[in-house]
Design a protein around this ligand. Structure first.
Ligand code: UD1
Length: 356
């Protein structure tokens, strides 16, 4: 039995596409939910919307500082693996749940798979960068999403026969559901905002600059801002709500609502990796408030521009497509092929050939 491990919001879109492919290829799997995210609209909503299989086990770890959260996942996941001895542990993305599950499995000599391998920002201050590097170096089978990520793995000395360039299951999911994303109730172009990176939201100066930019944008444009729990806490703590009174803010959205707003946005302001990829596929202008991007191809061939957390830069970039010809993605043939919606099936084909 393969354990497909997830725990935080960005994991579930990938797990949805991979589990559909596993079912098609008759690969037996169970989902293990670590409970890193636990609010309805940070996890269960995706199980409901995608019709995901009920998790076999819920580790219920919840929020804690990194060491404690990672440790709790490891302790509980190890107990499960000792009892049940899965044949393979399949991890996705770069969250604490990813690294914790991979560490447990590797130490028990259970084969570890990492989807989204090789992604690098070069910024070791990002917890995700540490998670990615550790997970990649203890994995037996690695699935990068882009040629650059594959090259990063080769450059770090990972054996080539472990690495399979397949594309991105998150894009499979986007394409799979594209017809179901309703749009009739959105008539006006808006600016969509999604922020949660500690470098932006835990830093008072940076979050203040961002909120001032949103305030200026909301004078003339509709600004839709579903607020991540981490970000909401900081807006409370830094007392920034006064900048957001004209902003259309709400709780985090489910997949279909969020994608409806993303598809019809004039521009999107974010610090998420996944949204940079999705907007590039949808040809929506994306302002990434980041020093570096892990997904270089979205800057080179897609619609992402990097900006600093500075009110003027964010403002200027966010209104750009309202007054100028919007950017269009111009992917080379190889990236078009990798983003064809069949990445998870390519993963399933590789897994099927393994003795798992
Ligand atoms: C985590 C991931 C990040 C990912 C992001 C997507 C790590 C290191 N970070 O960051 O890579 O992009 O998820 O959302 O794994 N909280 C709730 N309800 C929830 C979940 C969290 O209220 O359902 C609150 C907690 O109080 C917590 C804070 O939000 O303190 C942050 O949650 P946490 O999982 O620690 O990290 P994220 O910032 O969400």
């Amino acid at each position: 039995m393969i354990y497909l491990v997830g725990g935080a919001r960005p994991n579930f879109m990938k797990i949805a596409a991979i589990s559909r492919a596993f079912e098609k290829y008759e690969i037996f799997y169970d989902i293990i939910h670590t409970g890193q995210h636990y609010d309805y609209n940070m996890n269960q909503v995706f199980f409901d919307e995608f019709g995901l299989k009920e998790p076999l086990v819920h580790l219920n770890v919840g929020s804690d500082p990194h060491g404690k959260q990672t440790g709790k996942i490891m302790e509980r996941f190890e107990r499960l693996c000792l009892d049940e001895r899965p044949s393979m542990v399949f991890t996705v993305g770069d969250v604490n749940s990813t690294m914790a599950a991979a560490l447990v499995a590797a130490k028990m000599h259970i084969p570890v798979v990492h989807q989204e391998a090789g992604m690098r920002s070069g910024d070791m201050k990002m917890p995700e960068e540490i998670n990615r590097i550790v997970t990649d170096h203890i994995s037996d089978l690695l699935f990068p999403i882009s040629p650059q990520d594959r090259l990063n793995l080769y450059n770090e000395g990972i054996e080539k026969d472990k690495v399979h360039l397949v594309g991105d299951p998150m894009i499979d999911n986007l394409l799979f559901y594209s017809d179901r994303i309703e749009d009739e109730d959105i008539s006006e172009k808006h600016i969509l905002v999604e922020l949660h990176r500690p470098a932006n939201v835990d830093n008072k100066e940076n979050l203040t600059e961002i909120c001032i930019a949103l305030s200026q944008l909301s004078d003339q444009h509709i600004v839709v801002f579903p607020i991540h729990p981490r970000t909401r806490k900081r807006i409370d703590e830094f007392k920034l709500w006064s900048y957001l009174h004209a902003v259309d803010h709400c709780e985090p959205m489910g997949y279909f609502d969020f994608h409806k707003y993303m598809k019809h946005a004039g521009s999107v302001i974010t610090d998420s990796d996944g949204i940079q990829q999705e907007t590039s596929i949808l040809n929506v202008h994306c302002i990434a408030i980041r020093d570096t991007s892990n997904i270089e191809y979205t800057i080179k061939y897609g619609t992402t521009v990097l900006v600093k957390p500075n009110r003027d830069s964010i403002y200027a970039q966010a209104i750009y497509p309202f007054y100028n010809e919007p950017f269009k993605s111009n992917f080379p043939e190889q990236l078009k092929m990798l983003n064809d919606g069949n990445s998870s099936e390519r993963i399933a084909e590789v897994i099927k050939k393994c003795k798992y």
